[in-house]
Design a protein around this ligand. Structure first.
Ligand code: MG
Ligand code: MG
Length: 261
């Protein structure tokens, strides 16, 4: 079932979304060569708890962390590990939080130290493909419109758009209907309504779109790097709103925290 959220529910999702966006900014400030993704995971866990929320991912279907930490050719769902990050790697961080029963979900790929221009371009195009995907998005848009825009944009650069994992509805559950593919045909698929909330999350590979799936281990088949960019998005009558962005209150809290470190 595809749910429509009311104003009160949307307000709670905005808080959850801000906490997720704050956490991602906090992690970005700490993600340097030498730190482990387990250390980043602890920072995320403690921050989410300090904000009165709960990590969505921890123990979800047995997942062991607060964040998914996917390095280089790992597409998504990487387990936080003790291995120190290295200069030149790219790290996709996916994070979710539950606030008063409502979820926020977002992901960013970031550079560890100095990275190659090729990797930077992959990160930039992946982020831009998300913003292409939400262009013109509003009540009455179809799911295929989003996927088609993302796919057309990313493939112009010769990149592969991952098929094995897709975006999703979100709300009281982290994963709700519908599935939101990052590929497809404009004018097809489900028609969106005002009050729908969906996580749009292009996963873009530098090479082929193919993924080798082995349990929780999800790597590109060709070994080339992959990037991820995700936000939780509210559909409205006149457009859409990104719910996973830092609120003014969240900005003040995060700034105080970073200054205290
Ligand atoms: Mg996510
Ligand atoms: Mg998601």
């Amino acid at each position: 079932m595809i749910t429509v959220k009311n104003q009160e529910q949307i307000d709670l999702m905005r808080v959850a979304g801000s906490i997720v966006a704050e956490t991602l900014e906090l992690l970005e400030a700490h993600a340097k060569p030498g730190i482990s993704t387990k250390a980043l995971d602890k920072i995320a866990h403690d921050y989410i708890i300090s904000r009165g929320a709960k990590p969505s991912f921890l123990h979800y279907q047995g997942f062991p962390g607060t964040i998914c930490a996917s390095v280089d050719d790992v597409v998504v769902h990487g387990f936080p590990s003790d291995k120190p990050l290295e200069e030149g790697q790219i790290l996709s961080i996916d994070c979710g939080a539950i606030f008063k029963g409502w979820h926020g979900d977002a992901a960013r790929t970031i550079a560890i130290g100095k990275i190659s221009p090729e990797k930077q371009k992959l990160i930039d195009v992946t982020k831009a493909s998300f913003f292409e995907g939400i262009k013109g998005l509003k009540e009455g848009s179809r799911l295929g419109d989003i996927g088609s825009r993302i796919q057309t944009y990313a493939e112009k650069f010769g990149y592969g758009v991952v098929r094995d994992f897709v975006g999703h509805g979100i709300g009281r559950q982290m994963h709700e209907d519908p599935s939101v593919p990052n590929y497809g045909m404009a004018g097809t698929g489900l028609k969106l309504k005002s009050g729908n909330t969906i996580a749009i999350e292009p996963m873009i590979n530098m090479g082929s779109h193919e993924v080798r799936i082995n349990g929780w281990d999800h790597r590109t088949r060709d070994g080339l790097p992959s990037a991820h960019y995700e936000n939780t998005v509210l559909i409205t009558e006149s457009g859409c709103e990104i719910l996973t962005q830092v609120s003014p209150e969240g900005r003040a809290i995060l700034t105080r925290k970073l200054e205290a470190e």
